[in-house]
Design a protein around this ligand. Structure first.
Ligand code: HAM
Length: 420
């Protein structure tokens, strides 16, 4: 037997139904927010992710890099933002004075130590708003992500927010943070000791209890940002307050990827039972990435959710309406052709229909129809009702009528809202 590669998953029915509901919900949700779907390749040039100065674990330790048969150096995408920005720049889909909004759903790859909720292949649903920047976009994006979780019934999460500043502020901050940490070096965790020189920022979100205690009096990025940035950050938070979106300012939130500047945020939950991968999703602003990848000097802000984590949390995806209109079944084989033809005709007329294929008893079929949220059950039983007659059972009102086949469409049309 050949097994699936370590850290990957097969999405089987039951879970796959929830996944389909989640993606359908995403398409509807994004339409409401005027965000457009985008799809970029699963593998990209190695250089797209391994840019100068990228020190994140994701880039230095976790990418799947390979040579193709023509010796091109490629990387399986570990995250979505760089690919979307590459596409934005390459296809010149920018228009001055505007910003573009994209969402994506797809697989990502990180060579991490696999555990529950941490996989080598995982899915993300993400959004990127790219173009002229304004703090209202930060507020819009954060509330979009917040509402997304609420609408699929994920309740147990905390929204954590921090503000990093730009390259200038961050460079000064990093020097001061290093200086603060150096005298403590021997007491820090092994991992953090290695980061003091090269990437002190990442020590801030160390999960080690000892490190966290030592960090209590560490400098805070908020003390390094300009009055203009402070004001913009305050304005964003004011909008969130007005929208009753609760959040916590977390001075240690730096996020794991190096392109962030200014605002960063993360949705964390205790339900995943893990301190090292308790994030359902996160994101932030990136002021330099578009320009760094050859585009205009515009900014972007985005977030991504981990799909497996959303599916593993308590959610309402089972009860999200994805109901069918009509469930058809027949009692006797004699009626199989008629009922099948009517089923396929109804489908062509845009009714959401399901055909029972009579593998079950009527009792089970009623249960199945109710399980699919069907409004009507059509029973073909010519021995009882007569040829050309169908029993139409309203499963919500518990009533039943008998109709001739040719009366069916008019009856259903009157009783169901169907886009023709
Ligand atoms: P990220 O925080 O690296 O951000 O990933 C976003 C989410 O993907 C995480 O919060 C988590 O739910 C999920 N995730 C990450 N790694 C794994 C894994 N190994 N197994 C399962 N789930 C995982 C980004 O990727 C940024 N591109 C988000 C962003 C968009 N920032 C700006 N725009």
């Amino acid at each position: 037997m050949i097994s699936r590669p370590k850290g990957t998953n097969d999405l089987l029915p039951a879970e796959s139904q929830k996944f389909v509901k989640l993606t359908n919900f995403t398409h509807k949700f994004m339409k409401k927010y005027n965000v457009e779907f985008i799809r970029t390749p699963i593998f990209e040039s190695y250089e797209l992710f391994h840019r100068n100065g990228e020190l994140s674990d994701m880039v230095t330790k976790e990418t799947y890099d390979f040579l193709d048969r023509a010796n091109r150096k490629l990387t399986l995408r570990p995250e979505g933002t760089a690919g979307i920005v590459r596409s934005y720049v390459e296809n010149k889909i920018f228009s001055p004075g505007h910003f573009s909004s994209y969402y994506y759903i797809g697989p990502f790859f990180r060579y991490e130590r696999p555990q529950k909720n941490r996989y080598r292949e995982f899915y993300q649903i993400g959004v990127e708003l790219i173009g002229n920047k304004h703090f209202t976009q930060d507020a819009e994006l954060i509330s979009m992500a917040y509402n997304f979780l609420k609408e699929i019934g994920i309740e147990d999460f905390k929204l954590k927010i921090n503000y990093l500043g730009n390259h200038k502020e961050l460079s000064k901050f990093k020097i001061d943070l290093s200086n603060y940490l150096k005298p403590l070096k021997e007491t820090l965790s092994k991992e953090s000791q290695l980061r003091i020189e090269k990437n002190p920022l990442r020590i801030l979100d160390s999960k080690s209890e000892i490190d966290r205690k030592l960090l209590v009096n560490a400098p805070k990025t908020l003390d390094y940002i300009s009055p203009k940035q402070t004001n913009e950050f305050q304005q964003t938070l004011k909008i969130l307050d007005k929208k009753n979106i609760s959040y916590e300012i977390d001075h240690t939130l730096v996020r794991g990827i190096d392109y962030y500047s200014e605002i960063v945020f993360e949705f964390q939950t205790s339900e995943l039972n893990s301190s090292s991968h308790n994030a359902i999703g996160g994101g932030g602003r990136y002021n330099d990435l578009v320009n760094e990848l050859g585009g205009p000097k515009v900014s972007g802000v985005g977030f991504a959710f981990g799909v497996e984590r959303m599916l593993n949390l308590k959610n309402n995806l089972n009860s999200l309406p994805e109901n069918i209109d009509i469930f058809l079944t027949y009692i006797d084989d004699e009626d199989s052709v008629d009922s099948y033809i009517i089923f396929s005709n109804l489908r062509m007329q845009n009714y959401k229909v399901y055909f029972g294929y009579k593998s079950n008893t009527l009792k089970t079929e009623i249960k199945n129809a109710l399980g699919l949220g069907s409004k009507y059950l059509l029973i073909f039983d010519s021995k009882i009702s007569g040829k050309g007659i169908v029993q139409v059972r309203n499963l919500q009102q518990h009533s039943q009528v008998e109709l001739k086949y040719e009366e069916l469409d008019a009856y259903l049309r009157e009783n169901l809202e169907v886009k023709k």
